[in-house]
Design a protein around this ligand. Structure first.
Ligand SMILES: Cc1cc2nc3c(=O)[nH]c(=O)nc-3n(C[C@H](O)[C@H](O)[C@H](O)COP(=O)(O)OP(=O)(O)OC[C@H]3O[C@@H](n4cnc5c(N)ncnc54)[C@H](O)[C@@H]3O)c2cc1C
Length: 483
């Protein structure tokens, strides 16, 4: 049996572990945290569950090939049926409530400029209607259920490929500025952050218009729990609270050291953030060209997470809102005039009866601010001040929350760094306009592999799943196993 150690039980590590175990490997996962899921997680405080991961899951429907991975790894089962919201966002702007529907109908269009901008947007989304990640087999793989390359699949994606270079050259923010309407710009800003390339915006909107990208009920914790259960039911082992400290070449394979244990394996899969791993997980920092490029060029995607348990049902408030504030709200030196807020009142398990949970991600580079606050001893005080200002700003728009906040929770990039070792506390990888990709190879050396959000291409859960499968296939091919 090929002995495999997977470092990390995030979505990519679990995916790679399940597929290698199915291929007959003796697979063991070492995970630093107490739970599976990595950054794709949710947690409960005093009866309120905070969704700190999935907002939408690409591959929620079986027409999308990625769905097969979610099914094969047990991520989606009968216990987490997917809920599809429509509208996907609602703009709350004074008395106005403007929905962003999946098919983009009903947007407030005034004047020729907006009409043309909407036509262009709909055309670009239409071009992407057949675009998806092809989930094929790597060349030369022996597979029990082969998924060969299909020319037709690629031909159908051709319209998207044609406009891709044009979209990659501009940011989502500059794309949205085609609209003169401030409200439409704000709605598009809720979908992806304005500094990411416009390809991500159009691709995401196209997944909405294809009725994909739903939310699996029970959230991130249930989905990751399903995957961990699948792995264990196949005979795999997960050691939680176990941090890998070094990977070394040994006479007959690889050795992974933790604080106190030594694991020998024929192959090691690193699913921990590769940007952290190249500096910390090997006896010497990795000096290959791709690692130097990654060190030099990578810009991290950071956010602060705020969760509130509210002793009110907030049933009159939409599920996902882009809220225009009366006056800007500041946190960690960043200023926000709008807030994207999720209301979990349709998830009865997330809060006591008659109550709900609100969450918000505050995007932007706040790592340096929080690092300094930690060093100065003001971290807890600053967090409390942000929470208080947040509740005040939100209370001006949603008066029902005033005096009804039962629980508060906040994570900063330092939280992601501490729990999941992500570089500068980044929570996913993204792709900026006019910038290349800064990624690790799937096969680094014989028997040593990377997987996860800093391989293949940029993005969230789809990259984690696809890279987990591709890494397992590469390992199977290298060791002569049938996938
Ligand atoms: C708030 C939030 C919202 C998001 N929303 C979405 C969304 O709506 N849709 C979407 O597609 N994506 C979303 N994402 C992104 C997505 O969750 C991530 O891109 C994806 O989960 C990354 O998975 P991964 O396996 O590559 O990495 P990770 O989740 O970082 O997994 C790595 C694992 O390795 C462990 N580890 C690290 N170092 C060690 C070590 N030395 N020893 C042992 N274990 C170690 C970590 O603890 C972690 O469990 C969101 C993320 C966040 C935080």
């Amino acid at each position: 049996m090929v002995r495999v150690i997977v470092i990390g039980a995030g979505i990519s590590g679990l995916t790679a572990a399940i597929y290698t175990r199915r291929a007959g490997c003796e697979t063991v996962i070492l995970e630093k945290c107490v739970n599976p899921g990595g950054v794709s997680t949710s947690w409960t405080r005093r009866g309120y569950t905070f969704e700190g991961g999935i907002h939408w899951l690409i591959g929620s429907i079986d027409a999308i090939p990625l769905h097969n991975i979610w099914k094969e790894t047990g991520a989606l089962q009968d216990n987490n049926p997917v809920f599809f919201k429509d509208p996907v966002y609602t703009l709350i702007d004074g008395q106005d409530r403007i929905p962003l529907y999946r098919d983009l109908h009903g947007l407030p269009i005034h004047g020729l400029r907006d009409r043309l901008a909407l036509l262009t947007l709909k055309f670009h989304v239409w071009c992407f209607r057949h675009f998806h990640q092809p989930i094929n087999d790597i060349p030369g793989l022996k597979a029990r259920k082969p998924r060969p390359f299909s020319v037709m699949e690629y031909i159908r994606m051709f319209p998207a490929v044609l406009i891709t270079p044009f979209l990659m050259l501009q940011s989502a923010g500059s794309y949205a500025r085609r609209f003169s309407s401030r409200q439409i710009r704000a709605l598009l800003g809720a979908v992806v952050q304005p500094n990411i390339n416009a390809l991500s915006l159009i691709y995401t909107l196209s997944t909405f218009s294809s009725d994909d990208s739903g939310y699996p009920s029970g959230g991130s914790a249930r989905m990751a729990g399903n995957m961990a259960d699948t792995f264990i039911s196949l005979g795999g082992k997960i050691h939680y609270r176990t941090t890998a400290t070094t990977i070394e070449k040994s006479a007959d394979g690889w050795t992974v050291r933790t604080d106190g244990e030594v694991y020998n394996a024929d192959a090691v899969i690193v699913s921990a953030d590769a940007r952290t791993a190249i500096d910390r997980l090997f006896s010497e920092p990795v000096k290959d060209k791709w690692a130097r490029k990654m060190r030099k060029g990578l810009e991290t995607t950071q956010c602060m997470f705020i969760g509130l348990g509210i002793k009110q049902p907030l049933s009159d408030w939409p599920r996902s809102m882009q809220i225009v504030l009366r006056s800007p709200f500041s946190a960690a030196g960043l200023s926000y005039s709008t807030l994207v807020v999720n209301n979990y009142n349709r998830e009865p398990e997330f809060a006591p009866e008659g109550c709900t949970v609100l969450t918000c991600l505050l995007h932007g580079p706040s790592y340096a601010f929080w690092k300094k606050a930690k060093e100065n001893g003001t971290y807890a005080m600053e967090k409390q001040a942000v929470l208080e200002r947040f509740i005040l700003a939100l209370g001006e728009i949603i008066p029902e929350i005033q005096g009804n906040v039962a629980v508060t929770d906040m994570a900063t990039p330092l939280t992601y760094e501490r729990y999941c070792c992500t570089f500068e506390g980044s929570y996913m990888s993204d792709w900026r306009p006019l910038k290349g990709l800064f990624h690790a190879p799937i096969r680094y050396k014989h028997g040593l592999y990377f997987t996860g959000q800093r391989t293949l291409y940029s993005g969230g859960l789809p990259v984690a799943a696809q890279s987990g499968r591709t890494t397992a296939q590469t390992l199977c091919k290298d060791f002569g196993l049938v996938f």
